[in-house]
Write a new protein. Structure first.
Length: 303
């Protein structure tokens, strides 16, 4: 998110170099990153990634995703939405900044209920038919809206959403608590069940490390997570991390990586942060660890 704005190009390139050297392949960005900063207008992250891809000749070594629909039409206005005109124009702009002729995953960033869903579904399928997108995804969409869109696409024999992107982490927010950023939606047990039940659907999860709140004193826990279960889960995390000689962040990612069909997205601002999080692959959670983590806020685990 911060590449090209808070993170300068030199550090951005170093992060991407280290990531791919370690075997990383998935790069997730958006056309609106990071318009809300004083030095941002949107497109900065895509542009830095594009320059890196070109300089390293790395396009064929990564799975590249970007998003459409959440960039304001003008500063101070609402999001531009998911009309066919916006999708066509925004995709061309993204491809130009990314210096590629296609993206591997093209995401509808947030819902647009002012545009007929069939129009959005058709325009996204057109991008696949034109070879400008390989797969499609829905980010921050209600489960019912995703299923309705997939049904429309199937009925017409066209490409539909095969990826879903939502907030998700080890700590869970209070039910019905507002999330700190407008437009964010949180994965629920229904979401996980839906993804498990659909063979062609994969869940990508963001804000996995709660913007640093697990480990940084300068990052207070978001209000949505202020409830009794949080303290118990944090205690279980720390106990498990101490036993394994791992960091709390590594344990969170190791826990997420145990979930089938789930890809955790990590936001990186330094190479040191990346090196820490790559260590999550070396964390081996035993069944006892998993039981402790899963049922930390319960009286007794089920038989």
């Amino acid at each position: 998110m911060w590449l090209g704005t808070r993170v300068d190009e030199t550090i951005s390139f170093a992060i991407l170099d280290r990531f791919t050297e370690a075997g990383g392949t998935l790069i997730d960005t958006a056309d609106n990153y990071a318009y809300w900063l004083d030095n941002g207008a949107g497109g900065e992250s895509e542009a830095v990634v594009g320059r890196w891809l070109a300089s390293r000749r790395a396009r064929d070594r990564v799975v590249l995703g970007t998003k459409v629909g959440a960039l304001p039409a003008a500063r101070g206005s609402g999001p531009e939405g998911l009309s066919p005109q916006v999708i066509r124009s925004a995709l061309e702009d993204s491809l130009r900044r990314l210096r590629t002729d296609h993206v591997d995953v093209y995401w509808a960033h947030i819902e647009d209920r002012a545009t007929p869903l069939a129009d959005t579904v058709g325009a996204l399928a057109d991008a696949v038919d034109a070879g400008k997108a390989r797969m499609l995804g829905a980010s921050n969409h209600a489960t019912w809206a995703v299923e309705r869109a997939r049904t429309l696409a199937r009925a017409d024999g066209r490409a539909g959403y095969s990826n879903l992107q939502l907030r998700y982490s080890y700590l869970q927010p209070r039910v019905h608590a507002p999330l700190p950023r407008h437009g964010h939606l949180h994965a629920t047990e229904e979401t996980l069940d839906y993804v498990r039940s659909e063979p062609d659907l994969t869940l990508w999860t963001y804000n996995c490390l709660l913007a640093g709140a697990y480990v940084r004193a300068d990052k207070p826990m978001q209000e949505a997570y202020e409830h009794p279960g949080t303290a118990a889960r944090l205690a279980a995390l720390r106990e498990t991390a101490d036993e394994l000689g791992a960091t709390v962040n590594q344990v969170v990612l190791a826990w997420l990586l145990r979930t089938p069909k789930l890809i955790p997205i990590i936001g990186i601002s330094t190479v040191a942060q990346l090196d820490e999080l790559l260590g999550a692959h070396d964390v081996e959670l035993t069944e006892d660890h998993v039981k402790r983590l899963d049922f930390a806020d319960s009286c007794e685990p089920p038989d």
